[in-house]
Write a protein that binds this ligand. Structure first.
Ligand SMILES: Nc1ncnc2c1ncn2[C@@H]1O[C@H](COP(=O)(O)OP(=O)(O)OP(=O)(O)O)[C@@H](O)[C@H]1O
Length: 304
Protein backbone atom coordinates (compact mmCIF):
# COMPACT_ATOMS: atom_id res chain seq x y z
CA UNK A 1 0.00 0.00 0.00
CA UNK A 2 1.19 3.51 -0.84
CA UNK A 3 -0.42 6.61 0.64
CA UNK A 4 0.21 10.24 -0.23
CA UNK A 5 -1.46 12.77 2.05
CA UNK A 6 -1.53 16.44 1.07
CA UNK A 7 1.84 15.94 -0.60
CA UNK A 8 3.36 19.21 -1.83
CA UNK A 9 6.80 19.79 -3.32
CA UNK A 10 8.15 23.12 -4.49
CA UNK A 11 11.37 23.72 -6.37
CA UNK A 12 11.88 27.47 -5.99
CA UNK A 13 8.90 29.07 -7.72
CA UNK A 14 7.77 25.80 -9.32
CA UNK A 15 5.10 23.78 -7.56
CA UNK A 16 5.91 20.30 -8.85
CA UNK A 17 3.35 18.53 -6.61
CA UNK A 18 0.41 20.44 -5.20
CA UNK A 19 -1.57 19.07 -2.23
CA UNK A 20 -1.78 15.58 -3.71
CA UNK A 21 -3.59 12.82 -1.81
CA UNK A 22 -4.18 9.25 -3.02
CA UNK A 23 -3.91 5.62 -1.97
CA UNK A 24 -2.43 2.84 -4.10
CA UNK A 25 -3.97 -0.46 -3.03
CA UNK A 26 -2.59 -4.00 -3.00
CA UNK A 27 -3.76 -6.73 -5.38
CA UNK A 28 -4.21 -4.48 -8.40
CA UNK A 29 -1.93 -2.77 -10.89
CA UNK A 30 -2.30 1.01 -10.58
CA UNK A 31 -1.21 3.24 -13.43
CA UNK A 32 0.11 6.75 -12.84
CA UNK A 33 -0.48 9.14 -15.73
CA UNK A 34 0.00 12.81 -16.42
CA UNK A 35 1.43 15.12 -19.06
CA UNK A 36 5.17 15.88 -19.10
CA UNK A 37 6.07 17.88 -16.04
CA UNK A 38 2.86 16.94 -14.20
CA UNK A 39 4.84 15.81 -11.16
CA UNK A 40 4.84 12.01 -11.48
CA UNK A 41 8.57 11.51 -10.96
CA UNK A 42 8.64 14.01 -8.10
CA UNK A 43 5.76 12.16 -6.41
CA UNK A 44 7.49 8.81 -6.82
CA UNK A 45 10.79 10.20 -5.58
CA UNK A 46 9.06 11.59 -2.49
CA UNK A 47 7.44 8.20 -1.79
CA UNK A 48 10.84 6.53 -2.16
CA UNK A 49 12.34 9.00 0.34
CA UNK A 50 14.72 10.46 -2.28
CA UNK A 51 13.39 13.99 -1.86
CA UNK A 52 11.88 15.69 1.13
CA UNK A 53 8.34 17.02 0.63
CA UNK A 54 7.75 20.72 1.23
CA UNK A 55 4.68 19.60 3.16
CA UNK A 56 2.43 16.57 3.47
CA UNK A 57 3.43 12.96 4.00
CA UNK A 58 3.90 9.70 2.18
CA UNK A 59 3.59 6.21 3.61
CA UNK A 60 4.52 2.79 2.33
CA UNK A 61 2.81 -0.21 3.90
CA UNK A 62 1.52 1.97 6.73
CA UNK A 63 4.57 4.04 7.66
CA UNK A 64 6.99 6.55 6.10
CA UNK A 65 9.58 4.48 4.25
CA UNK A 66 12.45 5.69 6.47
CA UNK A 67 10.64 4.42 9.57
CA UNK A 68 10.73 0.82 8.35
CA UNK A 69 13.60 -1.23 9.75
CA UNK A 70 14.35 -2.72 6.33
CA UNK A 71 12.97 -0.46 3.54
CA UNK A 72 14.14 -2.79 0.74
CA UNK A 73 11.75 -5.45 2.02
CA UNK A 74 8.85 -2.97 1.92
CA UNK A 75 9.32 -1.05 -1.34
CA UNK A 76 11.03 -2.10 -4.58
CA UNK A 77 11.67 0.74 -7.01
CA UNK A 78 12.67 1.30 -10.59
CA UNK A 79 13.23 5.02 -10.90
CA UNK A 80 15.16 5.93 -14.01
CA UNK A 81 18.23 4.14 -15.36
CA UNK A 82 19.89 1.80 -12.89
CA UNK A 83 23.23 2.63 -11.40
CA UNK A 84 24.90 -0.64 -12.30
CA UNK A 85 28.58 -0.24 -13.19
CA UNK A 86 28.98 -1.19 -16.89
CA UNK A 87 32.09 -3.27 -16.12
CA UNK A 88 30.27 -5.38 -13.54
CA UNK A 89 28.32 -8.51 -14.29
CA UNK A 90 24.59 -8.50 -13.57
CA UNK A 91 25.07 -11.05 -10.82
CA UNK A 92 27.92 -9.08 -9.19
CA UNK A 93 25.77 -5.95 -9.28
CA UNK A 94 22.88 -7.72 -7.55
CA UNK A 95 25.22 -9.44 -5.06
CA UNK A 96 26.65 -6.05 -4.06
CA UNK A 97 23.15 -4.62 -3.61
CA UNK A 98 22.05 -7.70 -1.66
CA UNK A 99 25.10 -7.55 0.62
CA UNK A 100 24.29 -3.99 1.72
CA UNK A 101 20.97 -5.31 2.98
CA UNK A 102 22.17 -8.54 4.51
CA UNK A 103 20.63 -10.66 1.75
CA UNK A 104 22.45 -13.73 0.45
CA UNK A 105 23.31 -15.06 -3.00
CA UNK A 106 20.33 -17.43 -2.94
CA UNK A 107 17.94 -14.49 -3.27
CA UNK A 108 20.11 -13.01 -6.05
CA UNK A 109 19.79 -16.24 -8.01
CA UNK A 110 16.03 -16.27 -7.38
CA UNK A 111 15.48 -12.76 -8.77
CA UNK A 112 17.75 -13.49 -11.75
CA UNK A 113 15.51 -16.44 -12.50
CA UNK A 114 12.26 -14.54 -11.82
CA UNK A 115 13.21 -11.83 -14.29
CA UNK A 116 14.53 -14.27 -16.89
CA UNK A 117 18.13 -13.06 -16.99
CA UNK A 118 19.96 -16.03 -15.46
CA UNK A 119 21.49 -16.82 -18.85
CA UNK A 120 23.18 -13.41 -18.98
CA UNK A 121 23.89 -13.13 -15.25
CA UNK A 122 27.65 -13.38 -15.81
CA UNK A 123 27.77 -10.88 -18.64
CA UNK A 124 28.95 -7.33 -18.11
CA UNK A 125 26.09 -4.90 -17.68
CA UNK A 126 27.73 -2.58 -20.24
CA UNK A 127 26.88 -5.10 -22.97
CA UNK A 128 23.19 -5.27 -22.02
CA UNK A 129 20.33 -4.25 -24.30
CA UNK A 130 17.75 -1.84 -22.92
CA UNK A 131 15.38 -4.76 -22.32
CA UNK A 132 18.00 -6.59 -20.25
CA UNK A 133 18.70 -3.39 -18.31
CA UNK A 134 15.01 -3.10 -17.47
CA UNK A 135 14.90 -6.71 -16.32
CA UNK A 136 18.00 -6.14 -14.20
CA UNK A 137 16.31 -3.07 -12.70
CA UNK A 138 13.27 -5.18 -11.88
CA UNK A 139 15.50 -7.89 -10.40
CA UNK A 140 17.06 -5.26 -8.13
CA UNK A 141 13.60 -3.96 -7.17
CA UNK A 142 12.54 -7.48 -6.20
CA UNK A 143 15.63 -8.36 -4.15
CA UNK A 144 14.01 -7.70 -0.79
CA UNK A 145 10.81 -9.52 -1.83
CA UNK A 146 8.90 -6.28 -1.19
CA UNK A 147 5.13 -6.09 -0.77
CA UNK A 148 5.04 -2.87 -2.79
CA UNK A 149 6.60 -2.01 -6.15
CA UNK A 150 6.89 1.43 -7.69
CA UNK A 151 8.15 1.63 -11.26
CA UNK A 152 8.74 4.79 -13.30
CA UNK A 153 8.35 4.02 -17.03
CA UNK A 154 9.26 0.31 -16.75
CA UNK A 155 8.35 -0.36 -20.38
CA UNK A 156 10.09 2.63 -21.91
CA UNK A 157 12.17 1.55 -24.89
CA UNK A 158 11.22 -2.12 -24.73
CA UNK A 159 10.39 -4.14 -27.82
CA UNK A 160 6.90 -5.74 -28.08
CA UNK A 161 8.09 -9.01 -26.50
CA UNK A 162 9.61 -7.11 -23.59
CA UNK A 163 6.45 -5.06 -23.12
CA UNK A 164 4.25 -8.14 -22.99
CA UNK A 165 6.66 -9.78 -20.58
CA UNK A 166 6.65 -6.79 -18.19
CA UNK A 167 2.86 -6.56 -18.36
CA UNK A 168 2.42 -10.23 -17.45
CA UNK A 169 5.08 -9.99 -14.79
CA UNK A 170 3.38 -7.04 -13.09
CA UNK A 171 0.05 -8.86 -13.29
CA UNK A 172 1.55 -11.87 -11.50
CA UNK A 173 2.97 -9.64 -8.77
CA UNK A 174 -0.43 -7.99 -8.24
CA UNK A 175 -2.16 -11.38 -8.23
CA UNK A 176 0.19 -12.38 -5.40
CA UNK A 177 -1.39 -9.54 -3.43
CA UNK A 178 1.37 -6.99 -3.91
CA UNK A 179 0.89 -3.29 -4.57
CA UNK A 180 2.08 -2.36 -8.07
CA UNK A 181 2.33 1.31 -9.02
CA UNK A 182 3.70 2.25 -12.43
CA UNK A 183 3.95 5.24 -14.70
CA UNK A 184 4.04 5.03 -18.49
CA UNK A 185 3.59 7.29 -21.49
CA UNK A 186 2.30 4.42 -23.60
CA UNK A 187 -1.47 4.69 -23.35
CA UNK A 188 -2.48 1.50 -25.10
CA UNK A 189 -0.04 -0.40 -22.90
CA UNK A 190 -1.30 1.29 -19.77
CA UNK A 191 -4.87 0.41 -20.76
CA UNK A 192 -3.87 -3.25 -20.86
CA UNK A 193 -1.54 -3.26 -17.86
CA UNK A 194 -3.46 -1.29 -15.23
CA UNK A 195 -6.72 -2.01 -13.38
CA UNK A 196 -6.82 1.36 -11.68
CA UNK A 197 -5.67 4.82 -12.73
CA UNK A 198 -4.37 7.86 -10.94
CA UNK A 199 -4.06 10.85 -13.27
CA UNK A 200 -2.40 14.11 -12.24
CA UNK A 201 -1.95 17.42 -14.00
CA UNK A 202 0.15 20.37 -12.81
CA UNK A 203 0.85 18.47 -9.61
CA UNK A 204 -2.84 18.03 -8.74
CA UNK A 205 -5.08 15.00 -8.71
CA UNK A 206 -7.41 14.79 -11.72
CA UNK A 207 -8.71 11.24 -11.51
CA UNK A 208 -8.40 8.31 -9.09
CA UNK A 209 -10.70 5.58 -10.42
CA UNK A 210 -10.89 2.05 -11.84
CA UNK A 211 -9.77 1.83 -15.49
CA UNK A 212 -13.23 0.68 -16.62
CA UNK A 213 -14.83 3.73 -15.02
CA UNK A 214 -12.35 6.10 -16.66
CA UNK A 215 -13.01 4.58 -20.07
CA UNK A 216 -16.78 4.51 -19.59
CA UNK A 217 -16.86 8.15 -18.53
CA UNK A 218 -15.67 9.50 -21.86
CA UNK A 219 -17.53 9.77 -25.14
CA UNK A 220 -20.59 7.89 -26.28
CA UNK A 221 -20.25 4.13 -26.57
CA UNK A 222 -20.65 2.91 -30.14
CA UNK A 223 -21.87 -0.50 -31.19
CA UNK A 224 -20.48 -2.04 -34.37
CA UNK A 225 -22.91 -4.38 -36.11
CA UNK A 226 -22.02 -6.86 -38.83
CA UNK A 227 -25.02 -8.20 -40.73
CA UNK A 228 -25.72 -9.37 -44.30
CA UNK A 229 -28.92 -7.27 -44.10
CA UNK A 230 -27.46 -3.85 -43.21
CA UNK A 231 -29.95 -1.72 -45.15
CA UNK A 232 -33.00 -3.32 -43.55
CA UNK A 233 -31.48 -3.24 -40.05
CA UNK A 234 -30.44 0.43 -40.44
CA UNK A 235 -34.04 1.31 -41.31
CA UNK A 236 -35.36 -0.69 -38.34
CA UNK A 237 -32.97 1.01 -35.90
CA UNK A 238 -33.81 4.54 -37.04
CA UNK A 239 -35.37 6.49 -34.15
CA UNK A 240 -34.95 9.87 -32.45
CA UNK A 241 -31.62 9.95 -30.57
CA UNK A 242 -30.18 7.06 -32.55
CA UNK A 243 -27.41 7.58 -35.11
CA UNK A 244 -26.69 4.79 -37.58
CA UNK A 245 -23.68 5.14 -39.87
CA UNK A 246 -22.79 2.71 -42.67
CA UNK A 247 -19.04 2.07 -42.60
CA UNK A 248 -16.93 1.30 -45.66
CA UNK A 249 -16.45 -2.22 -44.28
CA UNK A 250 -20.20 -2.83 -44.67
CA UNK A 251 -20.70 -2.70 -40.90
CA UNK A 252 -23.10 -0.35 -39.17
CA UNK A 253 -21.93 1.92 -36.36
CA UNK A 254 -24.76 2.66 -33.95
CA UNK A 255 -24.86 5.34 -31.26
CA UNK A 256 -27.82 5.77 -28.93
CA UNK A 257 -28.74 2.10 -28.54
CA UNK A 258 -26.85 -0.55 -26.60
CA UNK A 259 -26.02 -4.03 -27.89
CA UNK A 260 -28.99 -5.83 -26.21
CA UNK A 261 -31.46 -3.29 -27.67
CA UNK A 262 -29.97 -3.72 -31.16
CA UNK A 263 -30.09 -7.53 -30.81
CA UNK A 264 -33.76 -7.38 -29.78
CA UNK A 265 -34.73 -5.19 -32.76
CA UNK A 266 -32.79 -7.48 -35.14
CA UNK A 267 -34.59 -10.54 -33.76
CA UNK A 268 -38.02 -8.86 -34.11
CA UNK A 269 -37.27 -8.07 -37.76
CA UNK A 270 -35.71 -11.46 -38.47
CA UNK A 271 -32.35 -9.86 -39.32
CA UNK A 272 -29.35 -12.16 -38.98
CA UNK A 273 -26.41 -10.72 -36.99
CA UNK A 274 -22.83 -11.86 -37.53
CA UNK A 275 -21.17 -9.61 -34.97
CA UNK A 276 -22.18 -7.11 -32.29
CA UNK A 277 -19.30 -5.22 -30.63
CA UNK A 278 -19.48 -2.41 -28.07
CA UNK A 279 -16.64 0.10 -28.40
CA UNK A 280 -15.83 2.44 -25.54
CA UNK A 281 -13.32 5.28 -25.78
CA UNK A 282 -9.64 4.36 -25.88
CA UNK A 283 -7.53 5.32 -22.89
CA UNK A 284 -5.80 7.83 -25.15
CA UNK A 285 -9.12 9.59 -25.86
CA UNK A 286 -10.10 9.46 -22.19
CA UNK A 287 -6.71 10.75 -21.10
CA UNK A 288 -6.73 13.62 -23.59
CA UNK A 289 -10.15 14.75 -22.50
CA UNK A 290 -9.11 14.57 -18.84
CA UNK A 291 -5.80 16.38 -19.16
CA UNK A 292 -6.78 18.87 -21.84
CA UNK A 293 -6.59 21.94 -19.64
CA UNK A 294 -3.65 20.80 -17.55
CA UNK A 295 -0.89 20.46 -20.16
CA UNK A 296 2.09 22.37 -18.84
CA UNK A 297 3.46 22.95 -22.32
CA UNK A 298 0.31 22.81 -24.44
CA UNK A 299 1.12 23.32 -28.11
CA UNK A 300 0.01 26.71 -29.39
CA UNK A 301 -3.24 26.44 -31.33
CA UNK A 302 -2.39 27.68 -34.85
CA UNK A 303 -6.01 28.80 -35.30
CA UNK A 304 -5.90 31.01 -32.20
N1 LIG B 1 15.15 19.03 -9.08
C1 LIG B 1 14.31 19.91 -9.64
N2 LIG B 1 14.56 21.22 -9.62
C2 LIG B 1 13.71 22.13 -10.17
N3 LIG B 1 12.55 21.79 -10.76
C3 LIG B 1 12.24 20.49 -10.82
C4 LIG B 1 13.09 19.47 -10.27
N4 LIG B 1 12.51 18.27 -10.48
C5 LIG B 1 11.35 18.52 -11.13
N5 LIG B 1 11.18 19.85 -11.32
C6 LIG B 1 10.03 20.49 -11.97
O1 LIG B 1 8.86 19.99 -11.35
C7 LIG B 1 7.82 19.75 -12.29
C8 LIG B 1 7.39 18.28 -12.23
O2 LIG B 1 8.43 17.47 -12.74
P1 LIG B 1 8.37 15.87 -12.75
O3 LIG B 1 9.67 15.40 -13.32
O4 LIG B 1 7.98 15.37 -11.42
O5 LIG B 1 7.19 15.62 -13.77
P2 LIG B 1 6.80 14.27 -14.53
O6 LIG B 1 5.32 14.20 -14.47
O7 LIG B 1 7.57 13.12 -13.99
O8 LIG B 1 7.27 14.62 -16.00
P3 LIG B 1 7.77 13.65 -17.19
O9 LIG B 1 6.57 12.91 -17.66
O10 LIG B 1 8.26 14.64 -18.20
O11 LIG B 1 8.86 12.80 -16.63
C9 LIG B 1 8.38 20.19 -13.64
O12 LIG B 1 7.98 21.52 -13.86
C10 LIG B 1 9.88 20.10 -13.43
O13 LIG B 1 10.55 20.99 -14.28
Amino acid sequence: MIEATHLTKRFGDTIAVDDLSFTVRPGVVTGFLGPNGAGKSTTMRAIAGLIRPTSGTTRVNGAPLARHAAPITELGTLLGPGLAHPGRTARAHLLALAATHGLGSARVDEVLQLTGIEAVARRRVGTFSLGMHQRLGLAAALLGDPQTLMLDEPINGLDPDGIVWVRRFLRTLADEGRTVFLSSHLMSEMAQAADHLIVIGRGRLIVDAPMAEVLAGVGTPRVLVKTPDATRLAAALAAPGVTVTSLASGELEVMGLDAPAIAAIARDRDVLLHELTTRTASLEEAYLSLTDSTLEYAAADPAA
